[in-house]
Design a protein around this ligand. Structure first.
Ligand code: UDP
Length: 379
């Protein structure tokens, strides 16, 4: 019996881990644990640990890693402390982390420094903000990689990772996105009391390296959505450095009839809302990775998803009100082609197969940097 720990710090990584947790939880060869921390434990951001609990998984360990003042380095330190103690107690064979958050970095550090195998889901991608630095650092501290496509695999090889340690399984959130079991729009609207016929989704996060300008950027964005005259389902930003600027600026439109605010919406319900939205606006990965699957227009504001918008139909804009308004007008008449850039929804099955292979468990914890070319002193 192998004991495996999934670490989840946000709704964003939980949606991507969920199909993997489900399938491994049903496999009798594995004992699944979930270390839930980060935004899941913050009521201000929806207290989304409830969503994990509602799934009925056994062995959920809840850990509060935030402090009164959000300082991401201290959150990292606290997560390392909590996870390290947890791992000493349950002695896992594998830690599974996702993406580019400080919690994932804590998972990779605790695993690699304690000789516990680490599997990183969805490395090898590019973006802006501090995520870009964290994601590649996590990859370097992880022993194995489960990536969304061949481009991500090539990037990891470029970073010196060994090809045999990289498995292309697609993005696990696609497993749920393409599932037949998503709730109906009517049921979601009823549950969340959304009484709009037509609506767009607004989801805007801080860019940690642009904090000084964030308030201005958010106000320009708010001006654009007000002037558009459309109705919006607005989801709170994540808890990265600067998020309070966004929340404070939102106070201007909270309670207005065209806006319906939520700290967070359950993943499957969010997907249903996205599928039926006129467009999604902001800088969430959802606009880049999920909207194209549903053929929903996507407006990507600013630098957060830098270089990640691979799809021609994604409308990129800067932070100015006029640019955003223009993008909104374009989005209203755009009919993007549906494209599957990150797998076809079978990541969970592939993941289970790999975790059941001897090869995977023979992965050496001593990593070796693989040069792409043979360097000589004279180069
Ligand atoms: N998401 C969700 N509920 C929400 C908003 C987003 O489940 O209320 C999911 C969304 O489908 C996507 C992920 O969370 O898979 C993106 O999250 P977010 O925009 O918070 O973070 P990012 O990935 O851009 O860092």
């Amino acid at each position: 019996m192998k004991r495996i720990v999934f670490l989840s710090g946000t709704r964003a990584d939980f949606g991507k881990l969920k199909s993997l947790i489900d399938i491994m939880n049903r496999d009798p060869g594995f004992e699944v644990h979930i270390f839930a921390t980060g935004m899941h434990m913050q009521s201000r951001y929806g207290g989304t640990v409830n969503e994990i609990e509602k799934c009925g998984y056994p062995n959920i360990y809840k850990y509060i890693n935030h402090l009164a003042e959000i300082s991401m380095d201290l959150v990292l330190a606290k997560t390392i402390e909590g996870l390290s103690g947890f791992c000493q107690e349950i002695e896992p064979d594998l830690i599974i982390i996702h993406g580019d958050r400080v919690e994932a970095l804590a998972g990779a550090i605790v695993g690699s420094l304690n000789n516990i195998l680490v599997a990183h889901i969805e490395g090898g991608e590019v973006s802006g903000t501090i995520d870009e630095l964290i994601r590649h650092a996590v990859s370097k501290m992880s022993h194995t990689h489960f990536v969304a496509n061949d481009i991500a695999k090539k990037r990891l090889i470029q970073m010196g990772e060994e090809e045999e340690s990289i498995y292309v399984i697609g993005s696990p959130d696609v497993d749920l996105m393409l599932s037949e079991k998503l709730p109906t729009l009517e049921s979601v609207k009823e549950y969340y009391e959304i009484f709009f016929d037509e609506y767009a989704i607004l989801l805007f996060h801080p860019v940690t390296t642009e904090v000084a300008h964030l308030e201005g950027y958010t106000n320009a964005l708010i001006d654009a959505v007000i002037q558009s005259g459309l109705k919006y389902v607005v989801i709170y930003p994540n808890n990265d450095l600067g998020s309070h600027h966004i929340l404070r600026a939102y106070e201007r439109i909270m309670g207005l009839p065209n806006f319906r605010f939520f700290p967070s919406v359950r993943f499957e319900a969010f997907l249903t809302l996205l599928k039926h939205a006129k467009f999604i606006l902001g800088n969430s990965s959802s606009g880049i990775r999920e909207a194209p699957y549903y053929g929903v227009p996507s407006i990507n504001v600013g630098t957060r998803q830098h270089n990640r918008a691979l799809h021609d139909d994604i409308i990129n804009t800067d932070y100015r009100t006029e640019s955003i308004l223009q993008a909104i007008h374009r989005a209203m008449s755009l009919k993007p082609k549906k494209v599957e850039l990150f797998g076809d929804g079978k990541s969970d099955v592939l993941f289970r197969e790999i975790l059941n292979s001897e090869n995977f468990w023979n992965t050496s914890k001593q990593k070796h940097f693989r040069d792409l070319v043979e360097w000589k002193n004279s180069d």
